[in-house]
Ligand binder design. Structure first.
Ligand code: PMV
Length: 328
């Protein structure tokens, strides 16, 4: 009888964005070695309502399937090497992963994907590592994955190797995040490449780093008071400045589509009408709208009226990854 571990993890949505890795040319070399330490602090909420489910069992060699498609081994090599070293095991892993939301389209599927993978492989190797250690391992795959090891509200400081939980999901039960899926198509350029292109090609990169460091305390203070308006203002500045830095790279990087801009505009109008709808955008065209439960339906109706192809996924502060060991 063989054993399989099934882990479910939720993506991490940054309110204050991570964009750029620490160090100069060294950063690129370290990124290849999976160091992935963020040059900006990020503050995130783990999204309940959407998740990645990853099943892992022992195999002859490492293989990762995403929605049935075998993934490029290179993308996972450093992660698995570091995981084995950390666990002191010679095991190899076959992982099958499914997202119940669009993959590689700027919905942070790499965050939930690597978080679930780190947790599942460790359990299969017979270890129940503390979330902090798993966070450090998941960072090897993608820095945002370091945050997905925790539920609720999570901080990944600049330069840090692991994230930490600030408050659990119960801290702000009325908060909702309406994910507006503009397209299910994969993004044209990975966040890894776009980040490096911004660091090397944008004349505003240093300003972006400075501005992120200044936004964090503002956002933290607002979050602590559960003040959506104050938090929303910092959220808006963080994503706008991140995309402004990308747009000033050479060649410029633009993830937005016409419908992305239509959603931004609808949120602005809603705010003018006194409804708290605060949008944020990651490395892709999708828009995530922060609001309170009482306003969700109204915002949903408004965005739903923009275009019949717009898919709307209501999310809320979600849990940490859950794992189960099954006999096959
Ligand atoms: O962790 P990565 O390499 O997928 O990069 C994530 C970058 C953003 O999603 C745009 C911002 C963030 O903090 O999650």
């Amino acid at each position: 009888m063989s054993v399989e571990v099934v882990c479910r993890a939720s993506p991490s949505l940054a309110l204050i964005k991570y964009w750029g890795k620490t160090g100069g040319g060294e950063a690129r070399r370290r990124s290849r070695r999976g160091d992935n330490r963020p040059a900006t602090p990020s503050l995130a909420v783990t999204l309940g309502g959407v998740s990645t489910e990853t099943r892992v069992r022992e195999a002859e060699r490492d293989e990762v399937y995403l929605d049935g498609v075998l993934q490029d081994a290179e993308r996972f090599a450093v992660f698995f090497e570091r995981l084995r070293r950390h666990l002191g095991t010679g095991l190899h892993f076959r992982a099958e992963s499914h997202n119940d939301f669009p993959s590689a389209a700027g919905l942070a599927s790499s965050s939930s994907g690597f978080a679930a993978l780190a947790a599942a492989c460790s359990r299969l190797a017979g270890r129940e590592l503390p979330a902090g250690e798993l966070s450090d391992l998941a960072r090897t795959g993608s820095a945002s994955a370091a945050r997905s090891l925790f539920g609720g509200f999570v901080l990944l400081p600049a330069g840090a190797r692991r994230a930490r939980a600030l408050w659990g999901p119960e801290f702000w039960p009325e908060l909702r995040i309406l994910v507006a899926v503009v397209t299910r198509a994969a993004k044209p350029i990975s966040s890894r490449q776009a980040m490096e292109a911004t660091r090397t090609g944008s004349p505003y990169y240093r300003q972006w780093l400075k501005s992120s460091a200044a936004l964090l305390p503002r956002a933290l203070e607002a979050l602590e008071r559960r003040d959506l308006e104050q938090l929303g203002e910092a959220v808006l500045l963080s994503y706008s400045r991140m995309h402004a830095a990308m747009l000033s790279a050479s060649p410029p990087i633009l993830y937005w589509l016409p419908l992305t801009v239509a959603v931004i505009d609808a949120c602005r109008r809603l705010r003018q009408e006194g409804i708290g709808a605060w949008e944020t955008i990651d490395a892709g065209p999708q828009v995530k709208v922060l609001c309170l439960e009482r306003d969700l339906e109204r915002i949903r109706r408004r965005l739903g009226g923009l275009d019949s192809s717009l898919e709307l996924l209501p999310c809320y502060p979600g849990p940490a990854p859950r794992c189960e060991v099954r006999e096959r």
